[in-house]
Ligand binder design. Structure first.
Ligand SMILES: CC(C)(COP(=O)(O)OP(=O)(O)OC[C@H]1O[C@@H](n2cnc3c(N)ncnc32)[C@H](O)[C@@H]1OP(=O)(O)O)[C@@H](O)C(=O)NCCC(=O)NCCS
Length: 170
């Protein structure tokens, strides 16, 4: 498979069943108990900032979603879930999806992107560990996996305390 056969599109409701399958395959039933999932339960993700990777035959093989969140005086986008179908891994689809999501976030304005994930994967894409305790997740998270990317100066420093879906913010 060549990456030139893959197109990247903003997410559309028609992609929902395939995205659900990809996430079930990647994360299993345990995904519903993850701290990031609990935040995403607070409201919808932003489909305009979320992307899918689609084959020439129209099969959705990768997905990244972005959700508006806030913590204290700060706001950000929470990146995830990110998943790529096993047969399509390691050809750059995941990285491309993350880059598209970051570009869309930069245009959308919140000034920072957060995620819970592996620093060795996301570090080269610009993410760095947040100071432990700066952000409080609604469930256990390894502090080494709490990562952030600043798009506007000072945006990360404004984030403090419990991280919630923007719709849940006081
Ligand atoms: C993680 C995931 C999205 C990467 O997608 P992908 O399209 O295969 O990624 P890319 O092709 O852009 O990058 C592949 C590279 O990242 C590396 N990589 C993949 N997962 C990694 C991880 N968790 N930590 C460090 N490196 C990782 C691969 O070894 C490969 O390295 P190479 O380029 O040196 O060969 C995909 O493996 C997946 O769906 N995993 C299951 C779900 C998951 O863990 N999602 C992330 C949650 S934070």
């Amino acid at each position: 498979m060549s990456t030139t056969d893959i197109v990247y599109l903003p997410e559309d409701p028609a992609h929902d069943p395939a995205i659900e399958e990809i996430n079930a395959e990647a994360f299993g039933p345990g995904r519903y108990t993850r701290a990031a999932y609990r935040i995403r339960e607070g409201g919808p993700h932003d489909a305009a900032l979320s992307f899918v990777a689609v084959t020439a035959a129209g099969e959705v093989v990768g997905s990244v979603r972005m959700t508006h969140v806030s913590a204290g005086a700060g706001s950000a986008l929470l990146l995830g879930p990110l998943a790529v179908r096993p047969q399509f891994k390691n050809v750059g689809i995941g990285r491309r999806l993350v880059k598209l999501a970051i570009e869309a976030a930069a245009a959308a304005g919140p000034g920072a992107v957060l995620l819970v994930g592996d620093a060795p994967y996301y570090g080269p894409l610009g993410f760095a560990r947040l100071p432990p305790g700066q952000i409080v997740m609604p469930g256990p998270v390894d502090p080494h996996r709490m990562l952030g990317l600043e798009l506007a100066e000072g945006a990360l420093a404004k984030l403090a305390g419990p991280l919630v879906h923007r719709d849940m913010a006081a």
